[in-house]
Design a protein around this ligand. Structure first.
Ligand code: FMN
Length: 371
């Protein structure tokens, strides 16, 4: 049997294979962030499709951290019943699900949050409107909000949580010298830029106990002038391991990184796939912690090679599951043809507009078949 279909254990969480549905903002929640039947159905469908682990779309831990309409929320206890229904839909189908906890910082939409977005530093030109530099009390309150959200995830029955510290959302902004110009204990050296993130990880660990999986997704590099570089990211990774994190999902890029953004287009050959593989390997060598690799994985053989040569322990995909929720069952059944996703990223538009994520190509094909 392929190593990819071996069961593994991540701090008590049993995963039936090494495939992960990477966090994907579905744009299917209600206006206040509550899970809707449509979102709950999608989670069930993904579980049915065989992925070993499903990570929810980023859920905002605080109302000021909302990034898009119809984004999932986890900022209030009133949202727990909807979150529990998502978990139940997955568990009933023998799946495993982790909640991604997020705050979008300067990427928050002013119209949605009714105020200026919070940021590590109020740097001009990074957003259309004014930004509000976070005071120490704001940092403390946000660390608490992540802890509260983790407790909610735990009581809703999630198998673990993942801290979103990638793609220039708030915690990624703190890590990045391009976004963080602070002169206090939260800015400057990598130890200081990583401090908020470490406090979030420690705070969550204190709330959920030792035996609850706490994962993190972080940038290996920003691919921005003056942004986060690999060496600093590796140091932050080591600090996070010390803080009690159980696995690191290695990503990279920001929405300002042009072609080198986190969600890259034009993945045609096997060589184009797994575009953070060199960074993941560096993490494997320097930080002794399970590594989840995301970004452009499309072929079973590539995925298998990455595990066999110890580049990564888990393979994470987003866009392939939008087109083919049953991809892992297909591969498991012996049909090892490449994922049909063509990586045009057209799925982003309906997701970010709050209209519900779908594969634009697949929808067009289905419409043609009906005609
Ligand atoms: C529609 C869409 C929504 C996404 N939402 C999130 C998110 O909520 N959190 C996150 O960490 N990454 C998010 N991503 C990025 C993916 O998790 C992943 O890192 C990226 O798409 C590269 O993987 P892929 O090539 O398999 O799509 C999203 C990607 C897409 C296409």
């Amino acid at each position: 049997m392929s190593k990819l279909f071996e069961a593994t254990n991540l701090n008590g969480m049993t995963l039936k294979n090494r495939f992960v549905r990477s966090a994907t903002a579905e744009g299917m929640a209600a206006e206040d962030g509550e899970a809707t039947p449509r979102l709950i159905n999608l989670m069930g469908e993904l579980a049915e499709g065989g992925a070993g682990l499903i990570i929810t779309g980023h859920a905002y831990v605080d109302k000021r951290g909302q990034a898009s309409p119809a984004q999932l929320g986890i900022y209030d206890d009133k949202l727990i019943p909807g979150l529990r229904a998502m978990v139940d839909a997955v568990h009933e189908r023998d799946g495993t699900i982790v909640a991604q906890l997020a705050h979008s910082g300067l990427l928050a939409i002013p119209k949605l949050i009714n105020s200026a977005p919070l940021a590590p530093s109020a740097i001009e030109g990074l957003s259309e409107g004014p930004l509000q530099e976070m005071m120490l009390e704001d940092i403390q309150a946000t660390v608490e909000a992540f802890g509260d959200a983790a407790e909610r995830a735990c009581s809703a029955g999630f198998d673990g949580v993942q801290i979103h510290a990638a793609h220039s959302y708030l915690l990624s902004q703190f890590l990045s010298p391009a976004y963080n110009h602070r002169g206090d204990a939260y800015g400057g050296s990598i130890e200081k830029r990583a401090r908020m993130l470490v406090e979030v990880a420690q705070g969550i660990r204190e709330r959920v106990g030792e035996d609850y999986p706490v994962l993190i997704k972080m940038n290996s590099r920003d691919f921005l002038e003056g942004g986060l570089e690999l060496e600093d990211s590796l140091q932050a990774g080591a600090m996070l391991k010390e803080a009690g994190v159980d696995a690191i999902e290695v990503s990279g890029g920001t929405f300002a990184s042009g072609d080198l953004m986190p969600i890259r287009r034009g993945i045609v050959t096997e060589g184009d796939e797994a575009y953070f593989k060199h960074e993941a390997r560096a993490f494997k060598e320097r930080v002794d912690i399970p590594i989840i690799l995301v970004g452009g994985i499309r072929s079973f053989a590539v995925a298998e090679g990455l595990v066999n040569d110890h580049t990564a322990d888990y393979l994470s995909m987003s866009r392939p599951f939008i087109r083919e929720p049953g991809l892992i069952n297909r591969w498991h059944s012996g049909d090892r043809g490449k994922a049909t996703c063509i990586s045009d990223s057209k799925c982003l538009r309906p997701a970010l507009a709050g209209k519900g994520v779908y594969c634009v190509v697949e929808k067009r094909l289905q419409e043609q078949r009906i005609r």
